[in-house]
Design a protein around this ligand. Structure first.
Ligand code: F6R
Length: 611
């Protein structure tokens, strides 16, 4: 939510900032802005409501004015104050000398604003961020760093901040508490950003800032401090992502590119982690806690959205393969509940970004109560990756489409790998382990074969994209898949959709069935097949339209369904990985036919870093 970027060096700041903002746009896209400063402290500020493309148009008309090697940029997802030019960042003080970009929320801004207003400060926006520029102005006595530190003492809430001052045009100050902030260390240039993706053009040497740290960036130097001005020594580390990972690579949208990447991301999640001769899995990131995991009696999974759906599937997997009791909780609920953490309870956070505010808060709550916390995270070095005692990375590369696709399948796969690893210490035989491994190894080619049906799924979407409402249903492992399919449809195509366990239909939702409310039935030939067929027949009897995702091309489902999408056979636990792919493609094509902004759905942003 909101992306910030800062550049200081010898190159043209504005072009770097704009390119970086394009990479950050998935984090928010209701307004944006840049400020650029030259060596004499002359500043040019451009802000607008709308997307980066609009800002680029404005800049193109003023390009000769925008000289300077220092600058800040911001792309916004509104929290305080509606999307408008005035509320767009960068914000500034009364004298327009101090400029600030911010990702996070200043919780006590009302109180601070009242106080600053009494002292004569004039505000230009409704945002919480603007008070930071005025606070710094209030404290400034010729040393920007000390004014920033004094200001931050008064601020409650979360921030990733970038700050420049006209009178100190040789530096950018950045600060972090609760919002991601990464420094990129180049040759005679430094960059700071909310996401590595915006840094890669300049360098692959990065420093992940910790909470309550401030850094002073000069073009050839950086110094990191605690909020009490003690120096913190940190060396850059190399990131594994490449610049090309953040491009669309010829696809019209990131969402489609990421759907098509799944054979590879599944392979990457397995690479080096399969011990075939022992019929088990090796996860280096869990080795330090493996003895505790062997003793685990209760696993609480905390996560949000798509990651939560992956967690729901893990519950069935752990039940089947281990003796661990699994609870799956929305992180946003868990953080405020009063859950007893008994001995041998482990809390697992699942998060693509590793920065989701609710999941972080849930983890902190679990830690306070003494739980061992582990993570399943995609973004290396992210807050959740660092907060947890141990964990597993997805190695799925950056996911930029706001609707999560490749991460869902990668998460489900790794959760099965964790369950298999633990199961092999107890009730799972070598042969059981091998069966799972064989099925895992078939997944990439099976996904390829589903992707080849893309045209067919596109045709189905063409036929159905005007329907106002859909029901998605499945049972056991495919109930969370139904939830995930419905979420995808809602978020990218704005069609109302609900996911249900098919057995629940008779308890209410079946009342919705009409020729106007099609049902997406996830019905592979698994232990629930006959039950699902029964449920589908009940829909058919009520004139409901049925799209079935199944392994059976020519069986009973063909007779009772309006459309059939086939997937290859696998073991029951892995059907969610195969059956979700047609659902992702269906949502994508419905959105395409409905003319929606697929990679930037309305009201959403990737990485929900505020509560
Ligand atoms: C849905 C989606 C969101 C995220 C959720 C959690 O397509 O992307 O529901 O899954 O915001 O995000 P992470 O996994 O980054 O914690």
């Amino acid at each position: 939510m909101c992306g910030i970027i800062g550049y200081i060096g010898e190159d043209d700041a504005v072009s770097f900032l704009i390119e970086g903002l394009r990479k950050l746009e998935y984090r928010g896209y209701d307004s944006c802005g840049v400020v650029v400063e030259d060596a004499n402290g002359n500043t040019e500020l451009y802000k607008t409501k709308g997307k980066i493309a609009h800002l680029e148009d404005i800049l193109a008309n003023n390009i000769e004015n925008i000289k300077g090697n220092i600058g800040l940029g911001h792309t916004r997802w509104a929290t305080h104050g509606k999307p408008s030019k005035e509320n767009a960042h960068p914000h500034f003080d009364c004298e327009k000398k101090i400029f600030v970009v911010h990702n996070g929320i200043i919780e006590n801004f009302n109180y601070l604003k009242r106080d600053l207003t009494k002292k004569g400060h004039k505000f230009h926006s409704d945002t919480d961020t603007e008070i930071i520029a005025h606070l710094i102005e209030e404290f400034y006595e010729g040393d920007l760093l000390s004014a920033v530190l004094k200001s931050l003492e008064l601020v409650a809430g979360t921030f990733g901040l970038g700050i420049i001052h006209k009178d100190e045009p040789d530096k950018i100050i950045v600060a972090r508490r609760g919002s991601p902030l990464i420094l990129g260390v180049g040759k005679n240039e430094m960059v700071a950003s909310s996401d590595v993706a915006a840094i890669l053009k300049l360098t692959d040497r990065v420093i992940y800032m910790e909470d309550n740290q401030v850094a002073v960036l000069k073009k050839d130097d950086y110094k990191i401090y605690s909020l009490t001005r003690e120096r913190v020594r940190k060396k850059p580390e190399k990131v594994e992502w490449k610049l090309t990972d953040t491009d669309k690579n010829g696809f019209p949208h990131y969402m489609l590119k990421e759907i098509y990447e799944q054979p590879e991301t599944i392979l990457n999640a397995m690479r080096g982690r399969i011990l075939k001769e022992e019929g088990t899995i090796k996860l280096g990131g869990l080795e330090s806690v493996i003895d505790k995991l062997k003793k685990m009696k209760r696993l609480i999974i905390v996560s949000c959205g798509t990651s939560y759906h992956a967690g729901l599937i893990a519950r069935y997997m752990f039940e089947k393969l281990t003796d661990v009791n699994v609870e799956v909780e929305y992180a946003s609920e868990f953080r405020y509940r009063n859950i007893n953490i008994s001995e041998n309870t482990v809390v697992l956070a699942i998060s693509q970004s590793g920065e989701t505010a609710d999941t972080i808060a849930a983890l902190k709550e679990a830690q306070r109560k003494g739980a061992l916390t582990i993570g399943l995270v995609n973004v290396v070095g992210s807050t959740i990756a660092r907060l947890t005692t141990a964990g597993v990375y997805n190695h799925a590369g950056p996911e930029i489409g706001v609707a999560s696709t490749k991460l869902f399948t990668s998460q489900v796969l790794i959760l099965l790998m964790i369950a298999t690893l633990l199961g092999r210490f107890k009730k799972l035989s070598m042969n059981d382990g091998l069966n799972i491994i064989n099925a895992l190894e078939n997944l990439p080619s099976q996904i390829e074969s589903i992707l080849k049906q893309s045209d067919k799924i596109r045709d189905i979407a063409k036929k159905y994209h005007k329907f106002p409402s859909f029901l998605y249903m499945g049972r056991l492992f495919n109930f969370p898949t139904a939830l995930e399919g419905a979420l995808k449809l809602k978020e990218v195509s704005y069609i109302h959709a609900e996911g249900y366990p098919a057995g629940e239909m008779k308890h209410g939702p079946i009342a919705l069935i009409s020729p106007n409310c099609p049902v997406m039935a996830i019905c592979p030939k698994d232990s629930m097949f006959e039950k699902m067929v029964g449920n589908i027949k009940e829909i058919e009897a009520r004139n409901g339209k049925i799209i079935a995702v199944t392994t059976e091309e020519n069986g009973i489902l063909k007779e009772i369904s309006d459309e059939i999408i086939t997937i290859p056979e696998t073991i029951e636990m892995l059907y969610p990985i195969l059956s979700v792919i047609p659902l992702q493609l269906f949502a994508y094509y419905c959105a395409l036919y409905n003319g929606c902004e697929i990679d930037k759905p309305r009201n959403l942003a990737k990485s929900v870093t505020v509560e």
